[in-house]
Ligand binder design. Structure first.
Ligand code: PAF
Length: 286
C-alpha cells in the first residue's frame, strides 16, 4: 500500500491512474476503522481497478464543544486493516496541508445542511462539504463511497457533487450493524458497557416504526410519537435531538407517508451522540 501525505503527490498519482484508463474508487474516512468502513473498501475494490482510502480527522466539521480532541485515533491498527484489505493507496494528509495559512474557501450546501443534524450541529455540514470537495479535487476518484449510517451527509454530498459538476459518482452503501442491531460507529467506543447494551433502543425503535408503516400507518405524527415514546422509555437516553420520519430527498418531516421515507434518530447517551436511520417503502395493499 502506497502511503501519500502530500496533496500534490496524491493528485499526480491519481492522474497517472486515470491516464492509464484505470477507474479509481475512494473511501474518505476519519479513521478508527470498523466493519462499516471496511464494507465500503470492499465495495470500492469490487467496482474499481484501484482503491484509495483517506484518513483525516477534519477539524472544521467539529463544533467548539464537540469531540475533535478526543475523537478516537488508531493509526497503527487502521493501517494494518487497510493492508489486510489490500487497499492500494492511503492518503494521509496533515491538517497544515489541508488548511494552510490563509485558507479562506468554504463549500456550503444551503438548506439541506441546516435540517436534521444541521440544526443541532451548526457549521458541521459546511465542514464536511468543504473537506469532501477538497478530497475529491485532490483524489479525483471515479467513484466515492459513503455509508447510509450518515444519511444526511450522503444527501448533502450528492447535492454538492451535482451542483459543482464534480466528475465523481457518489455511491451510498448500507449501514453495517453489530449482532444486536446497533449501527457501527467510531463513537460507539465512548459508551460504557451498560450504555452499549441500552443503545440498541435506536435500532429497535426504527424497526417498530418501520413495521407500523408497513402495516399501514400513514400519519407522520403517529410514527414520530411512536419513535419518541420508545426512546423515552430507555432511562439511559439523556436527550433526543430528533426522532421522526423524513422525506429522503428534501429532509423535510413527512406529514403524510405517501412514498419512500427515512426514519431517523439523533439521541444522546450522556455525552455521546448516537444517530441511526432506516429507509422504508410503504406497501400500498392496505
Ligand atoms: O463520514 C465521515 O467519516 C466524515 O464526515 C468524512 C466524510 C470522512 C469527511 O470528513
Amino acid at each position: 500500500m502506497e502511503v501519500i501525505r502530500i496533496p500534490r503527490i496524491m493528485q499526480d498519482t491519481s492522474r497517472g491512474h486515470l491516464l492509464h484508463s484505470r477507474t479509481l474508487g475512494f473511501v474518505p474516512t476519519m479513521g478508527a476503522l470498523h466493519e462499516g468502513h471496511m464494507s465500503l473498501m470492499r465495495m470500492s475494490k469490487e467496482e474499481n481497478s484501484v482503491t484509495a482510502a483517506s484518513i483525516f480527522v477534519n477539524p472544521t466539521q467539529f463544533g467548539p464543544s464537540e469531540d475533535f480532541a478526543s475523537y478516537p485515533r488508531k493509526m497503527e491498527a487502521d493501517i494494518a486493516k487497510l493492508r489486510e484489505a489490500d487497499i492500494d493507496i492511503l492518503f494521509l494528509p496533515d491538517v497544515s496541508l489541508m488548511y494552510p495559512e490563509g485558507f479562506a474557501t468554504l463549500v456550503e450546501v444551503t438548506g439541506l445542511s441546516e435540517k436534521m443534524c444541521g440544526h443541532f450541529r451548526p457549521g458541521h455540514f459546511r465542514g464536511v462539504t468543504t473537506v469532501v470537495a477538497k478530497l475529491l479535487t485532490i483524489v479525483r476518484p471515479s467513484r466515492a463511497y459513503f455509508g447510509q449510517k450518515d444519511f444526511q451527509q450522503t444527501v448533502v454530498i450528492k447535492r454538492m457533487a451535482k451542483d459543482l459538476n464534480l466528475d465523481t459518482e457518489i455511491v451510498v452503501c448500507p449501514t453495517i450493524r453489530e449482532y444486536d442491531g446497533l449501527a457501527m460507529s467510531s463513537r460507539n467506543t465512548y459508551l460504557s458497557g451498560e450504555q452499549r447494551a441500552a443503545a440498541t433502543v435506536l435500532y429497535r425503535s426504527l424497526c417498530r416504526a418501520s413495521d407500523a408503516i408497513k402495516a399501514g400507518t400513514r400519519s407522520g405524527a403517529a410514527v414520530r410519537d411512536m419513535l419518541q415514546q420508545d426512546l423515552s422509555r430507555e432511562p439511559l437516553i439523556t436527550g433526543i435531538d430528533y426522532a421522526s420520519v423524513f422525506i429522503p430527498e428534501t429532509l423535510d418531516e413527512a406529514d403524510e407517508i405517501t412514498g419512500e421515507v427515512v426514519l431517523a434518530i439523533a439521541a444522546r447517551m450522556g455525552s455521546t451522540r448516537l444517530i441511526d436511520n432506516m429507509l422504508v417503502v410503504p406497501s400500498f395493499s392496505h
